[in-house]
Design a protein around this ligand. Structure first.
Ligand code: UDP
Ligand code: MG
Length: 317
């Protein structure tokens, strides 16, 4: 068995050396020298790339990959997956929130259950704001309600998977990626490994609110048509309601000659036009994604790959 560990890194210079230390110790415990640690620099603006190169010079198991600019977490991950050479792939964050020493118990679970995927299920999340925990909790439950794909709640991208799963992931051409959902979509046998998430070892989160909202929108839109259907339901409801309002207005005109009410008229115009704009925006979200996808641009651009290790089938134990 040869293990490939894929780690997206964006401005992680503060904690990366410690991560490398803990991750290689965990990997060595499981598979001796038969692993590679793929550190993907997602266009960092600090010294992350320099540090990755240093680690690569010191340690033959490190593969240094650099993207041409910041492409975002999910694409950096995909870029890393496109370079793996192992039979088994571990995806893990660089900030030590996902503990590297869970590698062995996760591997044992995979072997015991003959599963293709062992995903980390967050029992608790230390060191994160109440807002992040609550919003994530609500988001995963909303997503589970509106999609047919069985996406497990409270999981991240921390998972151990077989090579056939990671190859399939790389082959999926979608731009707006929600990888934890795409893995669930693939099927095969997937089991949960419950763990407690640590606080960040160093540095700050690279997911500010705006990115979190964009990520949530990608997930909801990629995995569900329900938002579009809601527009249909609201439309049907309004049409029914407004038909009665219309009939009432005609009756009132026949009986009293005029229709009173500037206020009601204004209310109606404002209500209907805002619902229309909202629905238009919603349709726009889907069309915008269609447009981006139709350009068929590559998902990411890799500018550098440095590898010093031998090929997996030559690697000695
Ligand atoms: N990351 C990345 N590109 C980005 C944002 C984040 O490669 O544009 C990496 C980051 O370095 C980390 C992982 O993705 O290894 C998860 O990011 P972070 O820990 O900031 O997210 P959080 O755990 O706060 O949700
Ligand atoms: Mg993190």
């Amino acid at each position: 068995m040869f293990l490939s560990i894929v780690v997206p890194c964006y401005n992680e210079e503060a904690g990366l050396r410690e991560f490398h230390y803990q991750m290689t110790a965990a990997a060595r415990a499981l598979c001796g020298q038969r692993f590679e640690l793929i550190l993907v620099d997602d266009g960092s603006t600090d010294d992350t790339w320099k540090l990755i190169n240093q680690l690569c010079a010191e340690d033959r198991s490190v593969v240094a990959v650099r993207l041409s600019r910041n492409h975002g977490h999910q694409l950096a991950l995909t870029a890393g997956l496109s370079t793996v050479r192992g039979d088994l792939v571990l995806v893990i964050d660089a900030d030590l929130q996902d503990p590297p020493d869970l590698l062995t118990p996760m591997y044992e679970m995979m072997a015991r259950e003959s599963a293709d995927v062992v995903y980390g299920l967050r029992r608790s999340r230390a060191g994160e704001t109440r807002f992040k925990k609550k919003s994530a909790e609500a988001f995963y439950r909303l997503l589970a309600r509106i999609t047919r794909v069985e996406i497990p709640v409270d999981t991240g991208d921390f998972r151990l998977m077989s090579r056939r799963i990671s190859d399939q992931l790389v082959r999926m051409p979608e731009h707006d990626r929600f990888i934890r959902g795409m893995v669930a979509w693939l099927g095969y046998k997937q089991v949960a490994y419950e763990y407690d998430r640590n606080p960040r070892y160093a540095g700050t989160t690279k997911y500010p609110l705006a990115k979190m909202i964009g990520f949530a929108a990608d997930a909801l839109i990629s995995f569900s048509m329900v938002p579009l259907r809601i527009a249909t339901y609201v439309g049907a409801l309004l049409t029914t309601g407004l038909t009665f309002v219309g009939i009432g207005a005609v009756i009132s005109w026949i009986l009293s000659g005029t229709v009173p009410g500037w206020t009601s008229l204004t209310l109606l115009v404002v209500m209907i036009s805002s619902v229309q704009l909202l629905v238009l925006g919603l349709i726009g979200e889907y069309i915008g994604r269609l447009y981006i996808q139709s350009k068929n641009r590559p998902l990411f651009v890799i500018s550098h790959i440095h590898r010093r290790g031998r090929l997996p089938h030559h690697a000695a134990d």
